[in-house]
Design a protein around this ligand. Structure first.
Ligand SMILES: Cc1cc2nc3c(=O)[nH]c(=O)nc-3n(C[C@H](O)[C@H](O)[C@H](O)COP(=O)(O)OP(=O)(O)OC[C@H]3O[C@@H](n4cnc5c(N)ncnc54)[C@H](O)[C@@H]3O)c2cc1C
Length: 405
């Protein structure tokens, strides 16, 4: 077998201690001198937040089923071929974090493994591989050769051979991912796109406040939601402004695009996604003794409440109308929740500023990884999978350029 050795040991500086930055540091530090900078006091604060609710490290999807979840598809199908969901599971297994696939297809750490244990496993491995960690180091400027940091007391300038930015998106700013670095890149003439929320709740028009008071926080289970050309099955939760939940987040991006173009849009709820119109009408006609359709279809109180909110009395006495609304209840959407509440964001470094190896077109020894550039995917482990894949890809691209065989 051909042995590969680096032409020289490079100095690589990685800025941003989230999943993408940590992945890149782990891949590069067996061969090169790696320094990882984080402006907060600890690594992976958003990673820990992700751990509080669910903690989908990845998903079981492979091949086309996996690639289809990403936009832009052409870039991510290449990145994910190199580092797919199975590779993520193997990566964590080697770290001592076995995973399992839940019933929804999401990949979780084995039951009993706390999020902090996953983060500590990553951190311990970084230290074991000699990665030099710096905390409370906020990057404030850069050029083709040097990077400038501000700490609470000092400013520092460090030279680099290659540099990786993995600064995250612009939601949950309490975790450090504020997106306030955008201007630094703009000033260098690097094309950026404004941040916008993705995977977030929807503002609804026309909810009766009494209904909200009665049902706030109660899930609508086993429903489907459609916006424009996308339908998602799952769960939605009624909130005091509208809807949240795992069936809502994946359609937020489409709702945002519709709102940008048309100023208003709508979602369509299907309370019986596993039944056809015909089956439901059949059920009504076979049960001539009851005229109580909501009882017949075992609708929950919250389902019935929403149905009543957006229909009139005639719906309850007309079988075809009732079934029509049960399958396709139109709910007007007037906006998305604020960006800071979103699970992820789009925007950041524009796709047209980046080469296919994720280096900057203007400065090719600077690479970009994770949520800080303009790509999108849905919840369910695909976000972290995308961050790991981009972190892995930049590392491999740097290694490829620095190796003689
Ligand atoms: C509530 C919530 C739940 C989530 N759940 C899941 C889930 O279950 N599954 C999933 O796949 N995804 C989930 N996500 C999304 C996932 O956590 C993110 O997509 C992921 O953390 C992004 O990784 P990243 O490395 O790109 O950036 P980040 O994790 O945001 O890390 C970027 C780091 O860069 C640092 N930084 C920023 N600016 C500077 C600077 N100027 N100088 C130095 N450092 C800087 C930040 O402090 C931060 O630590 C969730 C997100 C949220 C908010």
């Amino acid at each position: 077998m051909m042995k590969t050795i680096p032409k020289k040991i490079k100095i690589i500086r990685i800025i941003g201690g989230g999943p993408a930055g940590m992945m890149a540091a782990l891949e590069l530090s067996t061969t090169h001198e790696v320094h990882l900078y984080e402006k907060e006091k600890t690594l992976g604060r958003k990673f820990l937040v992700a751990g509080k609710g669910g903690f989908n490290l990845s998903n079981q999807a492979t091949g086309k089923d996996l690639y289809d979840q990403y936009d832009p598809l052409h870039l991510f199908s290449v990145l994910l071929q190199q580092f797919d969901t199975q590779k993520t599971r193997e990566f964590f297994e080697k770290l001592g974090i076995p995973t399992y696939i839940g019933s929804s297809g999401r990949v979780f750490p084995e039951i009993g493994i706390k999020p902090i244990a996953v983060l500590n496993a990553l951190k311990n491995k970084l230290i074991a591989q000699g990665v030099q960690l710096y905390f409370e180091h906020e990057f404030v400027d850069f050029n083709t050769k040097k990077i400038y940091f501000q700490t609470p007391t000092e400013t520092y300038t460090y030279p680099f051979d290659d540099c990786i930015f993995a600064l995250g998106g612009a939601s949950w700013s309490v975790t450090g991912s504020k997106g306030d670095w955008l201007e630094i890149f703009q000033k260098k003439g690097i094309h950026t796109t404004p941040f916008a929320p993705s995977n977030c709740g929807l503002h609804i028009q026309g909810f009766n406040p009494q209904l909200i008071a009665q049902f706030e926080g109660i899930p609508l289970k086993n429903i489907a939601i459609r916006c424009h050309n996308k339908t998602v099955k799952g769960e939605a939760v009624l909130t005091n402004y509208g809807l949240e939940g795992n069936a809502v987040y994946p359609i937020a991006a489409i709702a945002r695009k519709q709102l940008e173009t048309h100023k208003k849009t709508a979602v369509f709820l299907d309370f019986k996604p596993f039944n056809t119109h015909e089956e439901l009408l059949q059920k009504i006609s076979s049960q001539t003794r009851t005229k109580n359709y909501s009882y017949l279809f075992k609708l929950s109180k919250v389902q019935l409440g929403i149905l009543k909110n957006f229909t009139d009395k005639k719906t309850y006495t007309t079988p075809t109308l009732f079934v029509e609304k049960l399958k396709k209840l139109e709910i007007p959407i007037v906006g998305l929740r604020p960006i800071d509440e979103a699970i992820s964001t789009v925007g950041g470094i524009s796709m047209d500023a980046i080469n296919s190896d994720l280096s900057l077109k203007k400065i090719p020894n600077i690479y970009i990884a994770g949520e800080m550039f303009d790509w999108d995917t849905v919840t369910g482990g695909f976000l972290l999978q995308g961050c790991f894949a981009t972190g892995h890809a930049v590392a491999q691209n740097i290694l490829r350029k620095s190796i003689v065989s």
